[in-house]
Design a protein around this ligand. Structure first.
Ligand SMILES: NC(=O)c1ccc[n+]([C@@H]2O[C@H](COP(=O)([O-])OP(=O)(O)OC[C@H]3O[C@@H](n4cnc5c(N)ncnc54)[C@H](OP(=O)(O)O)[C@@H]3O)[C@@H](O)[C@H]2O)c1
Length: 320
């Protein structure tokens, strides 16, 4: 069986899980991995010759067919490596790419989708929105044939974990400390608690559902940092969740990320109440029905598996 040659960018939480998978799957040959610092200690054991610090060793490698980008590089750099707008090297050919960076897709989604269509280059982005729920391909491949009028959900696992804890009476500070200890929240949790992370995912969902790729300034964002404590008798009734929604209205697309009550008296209660802890939920409303998808929120392993799902999809296309 002829192997498919893969290159990897980034070997952190996500990248090391991707590398581990590729090392153990006989369908693929992992030819090169680019990192910032070759001498850093890694959680995965790899032949040292695989590692390089030169991006071009992966992006311009003549035999690499698919690039898995699991870096946390600046979105503009990630996109540049795919599109080569600056024509930074004449040796570079377009490569099928699988992305993990939600900011790259949130900020440059239209360009990436247009580029993919125009040049017949696959760009996988399943890992960029609620990686544990295979929602991206479902939308990109038109599995929802009716017009979608609203999309949203609980898109950030860290804040959902914190709000779940807070609805059990734990303070904001304690819930955040717990989330950090368990590895759900970053050392700098700003993008999670401010609602920005959910907003980026909502921007991607809007692009995929409506063909409209909004800017971050178009999203009304309110995080959970300023939520005051609530009376213990109200905790269950209020059961707050950070809810993202993008809805088509007569005046255009309305995008919002805000804490909402999903407690006993809320119309959201029935569908949203089971989404506890780091779980995510995505809902879609069409003219005739509502669909709900739930699954584990992102973490290194879940995100890596979503990238592998994209890889499998591209590999099956290459075979045919
Ligand atoms: N972790 C999650 O749960 C999660 C969930 C969804 C999406 N994502 C996305 O997945 C991506 C990776 O996340 P992570 O948690 O794995 O981050 P991470 O642990 O910080 O790892 C980032 C990796 O990228 C490498 N890197 C950064 N810039 C580079 C460059 N210019 N050239 C080569 N390598 C470069 C770093 O190299 P060094 O190791 O040498 O510094 C590191 O190995 C991010 O875009 C993140 O937003 C992560």
């Amino acid at each position: 069986m002829r192997k498919i040659n893969v290159g990897l960018i980034g070997l952190g939480n996500v990248g090391s899980k991707v590398a581990e998978f590729l090392q153990n799957d006989p369908r693929f040959a992992l030819l090169k991995i680019v990192v910032r610092d070759k001498n850093k200690k890694r959680p995965v054991v790899l032949p040292p010759a695989l590692l390089t610090e030169r991006i071009s060793d992966v992006v311009c490698h003549p035999e690499i067919q698919i690039v898995m980008d699991a870096s946390n590089d600046a979105p503009a750099n990630i996109v540049e490596r795919i599109i080569h707008r600056k024509k930074w090297t004449t040796r570079a050919a377009y490569r099928h790419t699988v992305l993990a960076s939600k900011k790259a897709v949130a900020f440059y989604g239209r360009e990436l989708v247009d580029f993919s269509r125009k040049h017949g280059v696959e760009i996988g982005m399943e890992a960029t929105v609620c990686a544990g729920i295979p929602i991206v391909r479902l939308l990109r491949e038109g599995h929802i044939p009716e017009k979608i009028i609203e999309v949203g959900g609980i898109l950030n696992g860290t804040t959902n974990y914190m709000l779940t804890k807070m609805s059990e009476g734990v303070s904001y500070e304690e819930a955040l400390r717990d989330a950090q200890t368990l590895g759900y929240a970053e050392a700098d949790p700003h993008e999670d608690v401010s609602g920005l992370d959910a907003a980026y995912k909502l921007m991607i969902l809007s692009g995929l559902c409506f063909g409209q790729w909004p800017k971050i300034k178009d999203v009304k964002v309110c995080g959970i940092e300023n939520l005051g404590p609530i009376d213990s008798t109200m905790l269950q009734r209020l059961k707050r969740r950070l809810v993202a929604s993008a809805r088509l209205s007569e005046t255009g697309l309305e995008l919002e990320v805000t804490p909402r009550s999903c407690g006993e008296d809320s119309p959201l209660e029935k569908k949203f109440k089971a989404t506890d802890g780091v779980d995510n939920l995505v809902y879609l409303k069409t003219v005739s029905r509502e669909l709900y998808f739930s699954g584990p929120g992102a973490g290194g392993e879940v995100t890596a598996m979503a990238m592998i799902s994209d890889l499998n999809h591209i590999a099956s296309k290459l075979k045919t």
